[in-house]
Design a protein around this ligand. Structure first.
Ligand code: GLN
Length: 484
């Protein structure tokens, strides 16, 4: 077995027992990247030199018995998180030469633990999309079928984990961008509670929804990663000033008597049959482990996609105003200042980003604000109340992560509405601010992975971990690997 195929926990033991060195783990990672990344295209930037420097420090820490759980572990980071002096592009031409002068809090925390940065992964430009086809540079491919998308927007991170091009990765999730690609690539992806993880240094898309989380090969690794990045940060006023439990503590706890809500609105007409079968079988499995399924209702689910695409685009239109050719590297000159702004933005942004800026600007404009943005906020409250009500009777809610498995490259690229609808099961979670995980729960007839979504109450990632781990321990889906 190659070292790049191992999990964090497996590598931890080998590193701590000094059976392998961080540099040797990296050798296997970069051999793998050399062998498959031409096909999969998970990465935008490969940080090999930096990585081997970090490996030296990790080795020192291990030799002097100062290792933390992530010391010497190679992790890939989505290219919308700032890494000091290392290219951070958001997969956008407008930031193609941007090297941040500061480090995001999440990567700073991983650094404190001695992690190794393998590189920066591909995404839909500014995290807007569900397939990585909106990347300004290239499309990432699904390791299970190279003709298909890996999902998005954290498609590069999910594909890199699935293809063993890193041990774990960070993604960001505004409307499903960690969970949906994790589902489509057959790996684990967790969106923590809004406020659980600092967003400082995450390039903002929709600030009231954005959240950073791990993408990993199994549930235990997700707990290790969340332990490392969670917690209050004075640099992010939306990060919650509350204690963080050790998420690894609940792994292995009995799930007998836990109530799992099954929302009737999530098992809809026209849903892919293989997905429905896998998810229903997974619910049966949870029942056999002692969990009690309870039907619940989230009655405003049908409004979630529309609400999200008003609020997220409104916030994006404001957040992206800063890319004007003055403050960041990319600039296209013009006859005067306004002309320069227009040329820079016209050539710097891709079409999906422009579409969203226009939608959001429209929704916020005088005369339309009440009808769109304000109404959207009101419906958001109703969606959040749906979850509050459902959680009065259950501990977690279980749903499919995505209505379909990985779709073909190009299949939805020209139809934004179809693309937006693929977020139907993930978006409400962001609107409500609650945490949710996607874990592998089966395969379709075409051998494509299916994801099970487990949603928890605010700041109750522990129940999610408990149930996800119990399920994972009694199944083998997470052990399957794509043939590349
Ligand atoms: N697919 C959704 C969108 O396009 C969600 C993206 C995300 O979570 N960053 O906005």
């Amino acid at each position: 077995m190659k070292l790049n195929e191992l999990t964090i926990s497996e590598l931890r033991r080998l590193l701590d027992d000094r059976e392998v060195k961080p540099g040797e783990v990296l050798d296997d990672i970069y051999n793998r990247i050399d062998a498959v990344d031409d096909k999969v295209k998970s990465y935008i930037t490969i940080t090999k030199d930096v990585a081997y420097e970090m490996a030296k420090d990790a080795e020192q820490a291990i030799l002097s018995n100062k290792a933390s759980l992530l010391t010497g572990i190679p992790v890939a980071v989505k290219d919308n998180m700032c890494t000091k002096d290392i290219s951070t592009t958001c997969a956008s031409k407008i930031l193609h030469n941007f090297k941040p002068p500061y480090e995001s809090t999440v990567t700073a925390r991983l650094k404190e633990q001695g992690y190794i940065l393998t590189g920066k992964t591909n995404l839909d430009e500014f995290a807007m999309g569900s397939s990585t086809e909106n990347s300004g540079f290239h499309t990432t491919r699904n390791p299970w079928d190279l003709e298909r998308v890996p999902g998005g927007s954290s498609g590069g991170s999910a594909a890199a984990v699935a293809a063993d091009e890193c041990i774990a990765a960070l993604g960001s999730d505004t409307g499903g961008s960690i969970r949906q690609p994790a589902a489509l690539c057959g790996v684990v992806g967790l969106k923590p509670t809004y406020g659980r993880v600092s967003r400082y240094g995450l390039v903002a898309f929709a600030s009231s929804l954005d959240q950073i989380g791990p993408i990993t090969k199994n549930v235990a690794d997700a707990a290790i990663m969340l332990n490392a990045i969670a917690g209050h940060d004075p640099s992010d006023s939306t990060s919650a000033p509350m204690d963080v439990p050790d998420f690894a503590n609940v792994l292995g706890h009995d799930i007998k008597g836990l109530k799992i809500g099954i929302p009737k609105e999530y098992f809809i007409e026209g849903m892919d049959k293989d997905i429905e079968d896998s998810v229903r079988t997974a619910i049966k499995k949870l029942e056999s482990l002692g969990a009690i399924p309870v039907e619940v209702s989230l009655p405003h689910t049908g409004y979630a996609v529309a609400t999200y695409y008003i609020l997220a685009t409104s916030e994006a239109s404001s957040n992206l105003a800063r890319y004007d050719g003055v403050k960041y590297g990319f600039r296209v000159d013009g006859k005067d200042l306004l002309d320069m702004y227009m040329n820079t933005r016209a050539q710097g942004f891709g079409s999906e980003v422009k579409r969203r800026i226009m939608l959001g600007t429209y929704a916020l404009s005088a005369g339309y604000y009440e009808a769109y943005y304000k109404k959207g906020q009101q419906v958001r409250t109703l969606i959040k109340q749906d979850f509050d009500n459902a959680f009065k009777n259950v501990d977690v809610i279980v749903t499919p992560t995505s209505p379909s498995a990985a779709f073909k490259i190009g299949e939805k690229a020209t139809d934004p509405l179809q693309m937006y609808l693929s977020d139907i099961f993930t978006i409400s979670v962001n609107l409500a601010g609650v945490p949710a995980i996607s874990i592998p729960c089966g395969f379709t007839r075409d051998n494509l992975p299916v994801g099970l979504q487990i949603i928890g109450k605010h700041f109750d990632e522990e129940s999610i971990f408990k149930i996800a781990y119990a399920y994972e321990q009694s199944t083998e889906w997470h052990l399957r690997r794509p043939q590349l």
